[in-house]
Design a protein around this ligand. Structure first.
Ligand code: UT7
Length: 333
């Protein structure tokens, strides 16, 4: 990412939405053979939110986006670009961004989705930032939103205890000031590991529909242990690499907002960076893993709780199916 531009892209508004229905670990222990103790100690999760049957990803995203636009002091008509990170679009097509555009009454601006699983939000912010710097869009709406409950296998205790639903959004704005807002960004992927975390449905195109359902091929499949090891390695390496790229030391980071998958992964990141857990934003105890929504929900919560002040340097790191990863350093305006 070039830093030559005299312009920067800042986060000018934040918002989030989580459904009201809470599913606790004890609730889950009535559905599958698990316990609150196992889930808490292995992951850090206590409860997660579950969207209503008719509540869609674009409904949750629109609520979060509406907050973010208001928080930026803007109107929907000011938005010039919409990008959504999601693996749970309302429909295969049209894209979820178009539904949000219609629901919020945003003008006829470009609107599309990006599929990079749990890295989806950071991928999406970087794509929007690049488009803003090259094409001059002034205000972009960037959202991470997921209804993971619809692709969760509620009979598989190794995955169903991990995920939740929700949405987080930011408004990005182009400003005539160098080196503020998004300072540095990196993205990566390794398709060789695509099988260890996926929804394999389409791959098995010769498989009869009934067999697909019996084998839950339309639901999340994960080799948790494998994913865990790679997540620790890749999250740590991404964080180290981005700090080096941005020429910023770990001491200068006011707050780390990691993808909220597992407390043990976050602790490993804290140790590797030498940044205490008190400088990490963690809310997975209340929301579980919401994939692309996890970082923007945590960002919104940190902002609203006064944990982010003007001038703060924030590190965000994500990892997810693909496998994909991404990291970003932001100087808050
Ligand atoms: O968002 C992007 C990516 N996702 C992640 O980053 C997730 C990464 N992976 C993980 O967080 C962890 O691997 C899990 C939390 C999914 C699993 O933790 P683990 O320490 O890796 O457990 P494990 O898979 O090695 O399983 C240990 C034991 C097994 O029993 P045996 O074979 O030792 O008898 C499992 O069958 O725990 C058992 N187990 C459970 N027991 C109670 C697995 N799931 C459960 C459960 N409740 N829900």
């Amino acid at each position: 990412m070039s830093q030559a531009s005299e312009k920067s892209v800042i986060i000018s508004g934040v918002g989030s939405y989580t459904p009201s229905k809470i599913l606790t670990n004890d609730d889950l222990s009535k559905i599958v053979e698990t316990s609150d103790e196992w889930i808490r100690t292995r992951t850090g999760i206590r409860e997660r939110r579950i969207a209503g049957e008719n509540e869609t990803t674009s409904d949750m995203a629109s609520a979060a986006a509406s907050e973010a636009i208001k928080n930026a002091g803007l109107k929907p008509s000011d938005i010039e670009l919409i990008i959504v990170g999601t693996v749970t679009p309302d429909m295969r097509f049209p894209n979820t961004a178009c539904f949000i555009q219609r629901k919020l009454g945003i003008g006829k601006v470009p609107a599309f989705d990006v599929e990079a699983a749990c890295s989806g939000f950071l991928y999406t912010v970087e794509i929007a930032r690049s488009l803003m710097l090259t094409s001059g869009y002034k205000h972009a709406l960037v959202i991470g939103a997921e209804k993971l409950s619809k692709i969760t296998n509620w009979e598989d205790r190794t995955t169903c205890v991990l995920f939740g639903d929700g949405a987080g959004a930011v408004v990005l704005s182009l400003v005539d000031e160098p080196r503020v807002g998004i300072l540095q960004s990196l993205m990566g992927a390794d398709g060789n590991e695509s099988d260890i975390l996926c929804v394999p449905e389409n791959e098995q195109s010769g498989t009869a529909a009934v067999e697909k359902i019996e084998r839950a091929l339309h639901k999340i499949h994960m080799q948790g242990n494998q994913v865990f090891k790679i997540a620790v390695r890749v999250m740590c390496q991404s964080a180290v690499d981005i700090l080096e790229k941005a020429n910023i030391s770990a001491e200068d980071i006011s707050l780390v907002i990691p993808h909220q998958a597992n407390n043990r992964i976050i602790e490993a990141l804290s140790q590797r960076l030498g940044i205490g857990m008190d400088r990490f934003k963690i809310n997975l105890d209340r929301y579980g893993n919401t994939s692309a929504a996890s970082i923007p929900i945590a960002l919104d919560e940190a902002y609203r709780n006064g944990r982010i002040k003007s001038g703060d340097t924030i590190l965000m790191v994500a990892f997810g199916g693909g496998l994909t990863w991404a990291a970003m350093v932001i100087k808050w305006q």
